[in-house]
Design a protein around this ligand. Sequence first.
Ligand code: ATP
Length: 429
Amino acid sequence: NARTRSILRLMKERLSDYIMEILVSAGQVADQLGFGAYAVGGFVRDLFLYRVNEDIDIVIEGNGIEFAKTYARLKKARIHTYEKFGTAVVIFPDGFKIDIATARMEYYRFPADLPNVEMSSIKLDLFRRDFTINTLAVQLNAVKFGILIDFFAAQKDLKEKVIRILHNLSFVEDPTRIFRAIRFEQRFGFSIGKLTAGLIKNAVKMDLFNKLSGRRIFNELRQILEEADPTPAVQRMHDFDLLKYIHPELKPSAKLLSNFQAVKKVLDWHDLLFLDEEYLQWAVYLMVMLRQFKPDTTRAICERFEMASRYQVIFCEERYRGDQCLFWLRRNLPIENSKIYRELSEFRVEVLLYMMAVTRNEAVRKAISNYFTQLRQVAISIRGKDLQRIGVKPGPVYREILDAALNAKLNGRIKTRSDELNFVRNYVA
Ligand code: ATP
């Protein structure tokens, strides 16, 4: 009862030879073992949306772990298996990874008001998923390679650009899907279907989220804040009255929304200049989101989120120091580069980006941007052993001398290595 059609042409057009080979050989291994094999989920969805997605999820009708072991042997790959869930990750020699799962029907309990109909195991596996657009599967077994399986009219919903759940109890089963609905809606420019939107409102009315741990809410929020542009999703969370699960006083004020947009601008600026520098995008946005709260409240929110303490310090300490620093800069600029450097070098990238985004003061923003593009790269070439050679006796004075040299370089008073050495000789004299 699935609509089937071949999407082999589409796959050949959109997928690299590398990915195609992985899929073809997976089908061959499944054939050897007598299993069904399917590529499923976001990978297939994104084929239709012209979006690059190399996160391959393969579902096996049969034994996913046995499949993964056989496949890994063939590919000289490593695997991690999770026996309890019947899942595995295959890691190829070049580091590329794919996920394998077993189509499980035995664990699935139908919600009480649904008829207990017969389903193939792949259909059941897909039925357990969140939204129709995520239920597409492509058969990988050799004779049927490229056959698209669409049990739940996913192609239609992709065409109509709607997010729909698969059955009315979907959000009761798993309220985190509400955040996922908003995330996908905004990412793809879709809209949440009428019935689905109604069920979200019901779920909020029934306070289903109170059963959800803070950790799971945080996990969903973090994923929303990792999207290319999280601003409209925040507005949407407000539409559905979801922000109260972060904190009852959280509202998408004009200030918060404009700060969110400012973060996006700053991050785009940063990413263009420093392509390789990694940072936690979600953390920059979350600092802005929690900006209205006093330290105690912020701490309580982080605790409820069960946030790791290495992250808590960002929100509970560093961002407040960042705000103090903004205040200080505003009152003291213009100052020498070396002073700007000493003020800003204590902050991690995330906090600096936050500071750039929230300041309303052009001079302050310029100072931070100058720190990013120039000052933080400045270093001196002289070391302790150079001081020894000049005849300075080792001790705490070394730090002082090297700091003074760095300051001079930051302030443009010295440039070359020989400038540095002259500077040190004068300084000591
Ligand atoms: P992304 O591009 O954000 O990774 P994705 O569709 O690949 O999107 P994942 O979060 O990686 O999403 O999940 C993989 C698949 O597992 C999805 O396609 C979805 O169908 C299913 N899934 C994930 N979370 C849930 C959930 N809470 N309930 C039901 N199905 C889920």
